[in-house]
Write a protein that binds this ligand. Structure first.
Ligand code: SF4
Length: 468
């Protein structure tokens, strides 16, 4: 059974300075394993074509789709996404031309009419597209694929770019899930990150979304932003509680100005210190649990009736590049600049710049520039890490039987490290299973990192956000 985090929060035992000192080390979010920093240029269009051909063998297997729209009108200073800042909306038309070329190359390999169980529009800001442009993309996708009856069709919404009537248009196009970028409602914080959007506007949009019968509404929040204090963030959380979105993603801001240029506009002196970050996280979690939200896993909460909370309860949770999902693992086709897909054992990523992306498609070539083909050891470790991230439990016999290994022998050194975590109360360990404790859920990626064979190299690059 998945432990409840409320007890840990009540006891406040997990977020002690000692545990943070020991386990708050840089680490990945494990939306994939191996993580994208392992990708290499040995995977290109030819490997992607082969992987698409392999995927086409089972014509009834459902697919997941990811569509990347890179444009934003203005830059948020905390941004770590691959985006293009422009006010020139006419640039979208050229982009959509190339997206359609990419789509037709993909469909040429896998055949049309494959069922799709999940479609996600991310960015950038997908709502940068006009209503007509979004309709154009959905029409193209609709003629290439077949929507499964229960398909989840979601879009990231920048509240500054939509109106209730636009939400109605999205609904008519088939979207049934919305994810609002909220981050923080405090005016000082909003000004300091260059993203000003009123509580009232978000409230009205969420209200409209409910009236339009969207199946699930998500709000993204960030703690650790400049000018945030435990008091100001508590007010934001109170306002979010009033809006009562079905899902909440609560991310930690990772300040990496050397890697993400927009973050150089944030003065380090304006950032909350470690103690304030811990207080914000602890208070936010306590408040969400008190409002009956369920802790899904890394960064994510959902109301008990939401599909994600039900899947968690029933042990059916999955994790992919978009985060937690109710959909079983399936091939993920990624379309658009910088998008990352997965076909069987092959991860692949498209060109990160528009000129490269356009050039490949103009030559009739898939714009894949890098990727990774999983070895057997990666597949085994991916299963272990995803079991930890989704179920909080690894059953040694089940994993051993699936991969024809003896778990205790194969992971002898990892189990040694986990014994130290067991002494700290993050996991329980016996001959049969590894179980994340109530407290351990807060640091679950630190536990997953123990199984990450590639981590040593990744650590040297200092690229990941902190665990808390
Ligand atoms: S945070 Fe989102 S909306 Fe803001 S600049 Fe980055 S991609 Fe665009």
């Amino acid at each position: 059974m998945v432990p409840s985090v409320s007890r840990a929060v009540a006891e406040h035992s997990i977020l002690t300075a000692e545990l943070l000192r020991q386990f708050d080390t840089p680490g990945p979010r494990y939306t994939s394993y191996p993580t994208a920093d392992r990708f290499s240029h040995t995977v290109g269009p030819a490997e992607a074509v082969r992987a698409l051909a392999a995927s086409s063998v089972d014509r009834v297997a459902p697919l997941s789709l990811y569509m990347h729209i890179p444009f934003c009108e203005s830059v948020c200073h905390y941004c770590a996404c691959n985006k293009i800042i422009t006010k020139h909306h006419e640039r979208a038309a050229e982009y959509l031309d190339s997206l359609e070329k990419e789509l037709s190359l993909v469909v040429g390999r896998i055949g049309s009419g494959r069922p799709v169980s999940q479609l996600h529009f991310g960015g950038g800001s997908p709502t940068f597209l006009s209503d007509a442009e979004l309709a154009r993309v959905m029409t193209a996708l609709g003629s290439a694929f077949r929507w499964a009856s229960d398909s989840e069709i979601s879009i990231e919404v920048d509240p500054r770019t939509v109106t209730p009537s636009r939400l109605a248009h999205f609904r008519a196009l088939g979207f049934n899930r919305l994810s609002f970028g909220v981050q923080d409602f405090d005016p000082d914080v909003q000004r300091s990150v260059h993203r000003v959007q009123s509580f009232e506007s978000v409230r009205d949009l969420m209200q409209s979304a409910r009236e339009l019968a969207y199946a699930s509404i998500n709000a993204d929040l960030i703690y650790g932003l400049p000018k945030q204090t435990p008091e100001s963030f508590a007010r934001t959380m109170q306002q979010v509680g009033e809006l009562r979105p079905d899902r909440i993603a609560l991310y930690a801001y990772a300040h990496l100005p050397e890697r993400f240029k927009p973050q150089r506009r944030i003065a380090a002196a304006d950032l909350p210190g470690a103690a304030d970050r811990v207080a914000m996280l602890g208070d936010a979690i306590s408040g969400l649990l008190a409002r009956d939200y369920r802790y899904i896993g890394m960064d994510h909460f959902a109301l008990p009736g939401d599909a994600l909370a039900i899947a968690k309860q029933e042990g059916r949770l999955h994790r992919n590049f978009q985060g937690y999902s109710t959909q079983p693992d399936c091939d993920l086709i990624a379309l658009g600049v910088s998008a990352i897909g997965r076909l069987g054992p092959c991860y692949y990523q498209n060109a990160k710049t528009l000129p490269e992306y356009y050039e490949a498609l103009a030559s009739g070539v898939l714009p894949v520039v890098r990727g990774y083909v999983l070895a057997d050891d990666d597949v085994l470790r991916r299963d272990v890490i995803m079991a930890l991230m989704c179920q909080g439990r690894v059953d040694f016999e089940a994993i051993g039987a699936k991969h024809a290994v003896r778990f205790a022998d194969r992971f002898a050194s990892e189990l040694g490290k986990l014994r130290e975590m067991a002494r700290s109360g993050l996991v329980e360990l016996d001959d049969k299973a590894l179980q994340v404790t109530t407290s351990g859920w807060f640091l679950v990626r630190a536990i997953a990192m123990v199984f990450d064979r590639h981590l040593q190299e990744a650590k040297e690059r200092h690229g990941f956000s902190r665990v808390v």
